[in-house]
Write a protein that binds this ligand. Structure first.
Ligand SMILES: Nc1ncnc2c1ncn2[C@@H]1O[C@H](COP(=O)(O)OP(=O)(O)OP(=O)(O)O)[C@@H](O)[C@H]1O
Length: 291
């Protein structure tokens, strides 16, 4: 069974009585232990997919149709209490800004130990020992010292390692990682991605990796879904999509991405005709749904 099966997911904002669709019939599946990339330009709806899965949509946004099946259980129908139990324990999230994921006024020790006590039912001593193990696992040197520190005393990369330690602490079946390295220096980005890959393989965790960076997708993901205007434009094995993209938007997105290995190739923005054609199709789709 797939860990995640998103079926025909629609999400819309309602603001001053006006309904604006942002996700339009998303289908997306992830098998156990696989990494699926969700890639696209800014505003395509990547973050909304992650927020819909983890139940943290903005107040004025809601799921208007479709299902989000986590191991067969529809998350859309879950009561808040059940959802909270599932989150953290079975589904974890890693966000772009590690500093916002951590509580600035609590020591790292308190933050990790609390999660382990609440989610895993560990006693304080056992939770502290496990926290040390976890910091070792995410390759933090001097973990005893880090446990005593506050987030502002750590670098961005160190904070993201702590967030990753917390995300993996309950051995979740699924991690939603939304641009987890975008806010970090390039060298740190590489180390964090390497770490994520090692941990997800060792823990057998499925990952939905949200990014605008096709280079990262090529290195990390088993499958990839390309999103535009809240619709999945193309989906497939990463190698197939990179060698033989079927949709002109996917080809254009690749041409628009910086190639670190071939800088001489230069950048070619996604042509306006392709974007215009996609928006016309989306308008037709919205009209057909509302009639
Ligand atoms: N709070 C909000 N109120 C109204 N519209 C919103 C809100 N947040 C996001 N949107 C709209 O939802 C759409 C999808 O946004 P989303 O953040 O999911 O895109 P994204 O692909 O993650 O882009 P980025 O890479 O810039 O984060 C966009 O059109 C955006 O303007």
């Amino acid at each position: 069974m797939n860990v995640l099966d998103i079926q025909n997911l629609h999400v819309a904002f309602t603001q001053r009585g006006r309904v604006t669709p942002v996700l339009r019939g998303i289908d997306l599946s992830i098998e156990p232990g696989r990494i699926c990339g969700l890639v696209g330009e800014s505003g395509g709806g990547k973050t909304m997919v992650g927020k819909a899965i983890t139940g943290i949509l903005p107040e004025d946004a809601r799921v208007t149709a479709g299902r989000i099946l986590f191991k067969g259980q529809n998350l859309v129908d879950l009561a808040d209490k059940e959802r909270r139990q599932l989150l953290g324990r079975s589904i974890a999230m890693i966000l772009q800004q590690p500093t916002t994921a951590l509580n600035p006024v609590l020591r790292i020790e308190t933050q990790i130990v609390e999660v382990l006590q609440r989610q895993m039912g560990l006693a304080h001593q056992a939770a502290r020992a496990r926290a040390l193990d976890l910091l070792n696992t995410v390759q933090i040197r001097a973990p005893e010292r880090v446990l005593r520190q506050y987030p502002h005393e750590l670098s961005g990369g160190m904070c993201q390692r702590v967030v990753i330690a917390i995300a993996f602490s309950c051995q979740p079946a699924l991690i939603v990682a939304d641009e987890p390295t975008t806010a970090l220096d390039v060298t740190v980005q590489f180390e964090i991605l390497r770490l994520l890959k090692i941990l997800q393989r060792d823990f057998g965790t499925a990952v939905l990796f949200i990014t605008h960076d096709l280079g990262v997708v090529a290195n990390l993901c088993d499958r990839v879904s390309v999103i535009f205007g809240g619709r999945i434009i193309e989906e497939g094995q990463t190698a197939d999509i990179f060698t033989a993209p079927k949709h002109p938007y996917t080809s254009a997105l690749m041409a628009a991405s910086p190639r670190h290995d071939q800088p001489e190739k230069g950048l070619h923005p996604v042509p306006a005709q392709i974007v215009g054609q996609l928006w016309r199709e989306i308008e037709d789709y919205d009209r057909a749904r509302s009639s």
